[in-house]
Design a protein around this ligand. Structure first.
Ligand code: GLN
Length: 525
């Protein structure tokens, strides 16, 4: 069985030493975009303990100040590797600190765009680049040129915007090429990885599938068992499929029907995961239990808490019923966490990148003494979708819109009862079906129906009705941080409204939500 390091040594690997920047993962992602493999390890990694030889090293940015007593520092053996090195922001400050200590707090913070002014067009880092916009995010500054370096670019506020040690092939840049605000940042990273480090760009998502499966297999070892919750969404399904490929039936997926899932969700999950993907699946119908706890509760935060806590209880009970084969034990908990879900980046004081406690499952980890395994934590949503396609996850599921953890409980405003959930569920199913039939599902990032706790007068068959209101919501977004409402044509909205009022008992009126985020959020509660 290959070790994690053997997997990394199969490709030319750029080693990213992470000093805790919120952008660190973006560096590895950018490199993957032009097919260069990158491995991210904590900045405290001992170079002698590396089991592969990197083709180049990038020192990331970080929230610390290099001159502070508790600042993290790189193992100086990195300079003995004899490969090109590039420091980004904190990474550059670290290079300067090591070579003369010329770093101090700047007069003012520099956060936002700056114009790169290239001073040495022959520096290989700038090949094909112009004096374009770069993104700055720092408070500390170099005030001396480190020994052996020259200045190769400046900006209005940073006289040491880029520095270069030609003899040792080491580069330092004050800006962040990994964020898209640095207009030519990708060219710079490409220059470093391909032209300077000579990394072969032969990595692809197909390779990720193989390496990740092998990595997970090595991590779990030959006997341990793994459990994980699946929801029917793309992230948990793809994560579960990776586990299935890595360790077969030693992975146990648990699906909890909490009574606030979408229409036919449970049947759908059984069909795709159990029958389709061959995943070892336990289905628990806990709907009455959840709805019982939600009785009389109208506060959205309380609903979320109740569902989260109850989920942990049900999951623990079900996990206790799973009897691993002789001698083996459930040691790991699988989570389909994606990079954007990782709120805090890896602390240099923290554990390794594949196993890390996560706020959502903290209770499970502590109570059950489990270690966390997160095969997708390096990836962005579009990458996970691509991965899902490669793993044979059905297209419908791969492209499914996100669904909130508390489910329909936060789309039924006010008290959540089985009858209310039924209304929201049926209206939602009609809306989504119409969107799919109109060929709009992939253009829209998220769409759903919410049931409002107000009654409104209507007229049907000459009878006065007095029923509830459905609010439709459909948004377009790139990152879910900001979102715009989707512009449907009038005929589409008319058709959906008419179907919902006619086919769903208890609805007298349909509205369409035309608020963007901000100021509104995507969900109503
Ligand atoms: N903390 C350092 C500074 O403020 C580095 C910041 C960074 O790497 N983004 O300058």
């Amino acid at each position: 069985m290959p070790s994690v390091e053997e997997v990394a040594s199969k490709f030319d690997t750029i080693l990213v030493l992470d000093f805790g920047s919120q952008y660190s993962h973006l560096i590895t992602r950018r490199l993957r975009e032009f097919n260069v493999y990158a491995e991210m390890l904590p900045c405290t990694q001992k170079i002698a303990e590396l089991k592969f030889k990197p083709t180049g090293v990038i020192l990331s940015g970080g929230p610390y100040s290099v001159y502070a007593d508790d600042a993290p520092h790189v193992d100086h053996d990195v300079f003995k590797l004899g490969v090109p090195i590039m420091g980004i922001c904190y990474g550059m400050q670290e290079l300067a600190w090591i070579n003369g200590k010329g770093v101090a707090r700047g007069d003012k913070r520099e956060y936002g765009p700056a114009t790169l002014q290239i001073k040495d067009a022959n520096c290989p880092l700038f090949e094909g680049m112009t004096n374009s916009t770069v993104w700055m995010s720092h408070g500390d500054k170099l005030h001396d040129l480190p020994k052996g370096y020259e200045i190769v670019a400046v900006s209005d506020n940073s006289p040491y915007c880029a520095i270069y040690n030609k003899t040792d092939n080491i580069y330092g840049i004050q800006f962040h090429p990994e964020v898209t605000h640095s207009v030519e940042g990708k060219t710079l990273l490409r220059n470093f990885a391909i032209n300077i480090c000579h990394a072969k760009n032969d990595w692809s998502m197909e390779n990720f599938v193989d390496t990740e499966i092998q990595r997970v297999r090595a991590l779990v070892g030959p006997t341990a068992e793994v459990i994980g919750a699946v929801s029917g969404g793309v992230d948990s399904t793809v994560a579960a499929k990776i586990m299935k490929e890595a360790i077969g039936d030693r992975f146990h997926a648990i699906y909890v029907d909490n009574g606030v899932m979408r229409l036919n969700e449970t049947e759908q999950v059984k069909k795709t995961l159990d029958e389709g993907l061959g995943i070892n699946l336990v289905v628990v119908d806990a709907s009455e239990r959840f709805l019982g706890k939600l009785k009389g509760v109208t506060d959205p935060e309380k609903k979320r808490k109740i569902i989260g806590n109850e989920f942990i209880h049900v999951f623990e009970e079900e996990a206790a019923k799973i009897q691993p084969k002789d001698g083996s034990e459930i040691e790991f908990l699988l989570q389909g966490t994606l990079y954007p879900d990782v709120i805090e980046s890896i602390s240099f004081k923290g554990p390794s990148q594949t196993i890390k406690t996560h706020h959502n499952v903290g209770g499970l980890l502590d109570n059950m003494k489990l270690k966390l395994i997160e095969p997708l934590r390096e990836l962005f949503k579009d990458e996970v979708r691509h991965l899902g396609e490669l793993l044979g996850v059905p297209e419908d599921l791969v492209w499914r819109h996100p669904f909130p953890g508390p489910g329909l409980a936060i789309r039924v405003l006010g008290e959540v009862t089985a009858a209310q959930v039924k209304i929201a569920r049926e209206a939602d199913a009609i809306f989504i079906q119409e969107i799919k039939d109109a060929g709009l599902y992939r253009q829209i990032s998220q769409a759903f129906a919410a049931l409002l706790p107000v009654k409104s007068v209507g007229v049907m068959g000459d009878q006065r009705t007095y029923e509830q209101v459905i609010a439709l919501r459909a948004i377009e977004t790139v990152d879910f941080m900001t979102a715009d409402w989707f512009v449907f044509d009038a005929a589409f909205l008319k058709r959906v409204a008419s179907r919902i009022v006619n086919e769903v008992d208890g609805v007298a009126r349909v509205t369409y939500d035309i608020t963007s985020k901000p100021p509104a959020t995507v969900e109503w509660e």
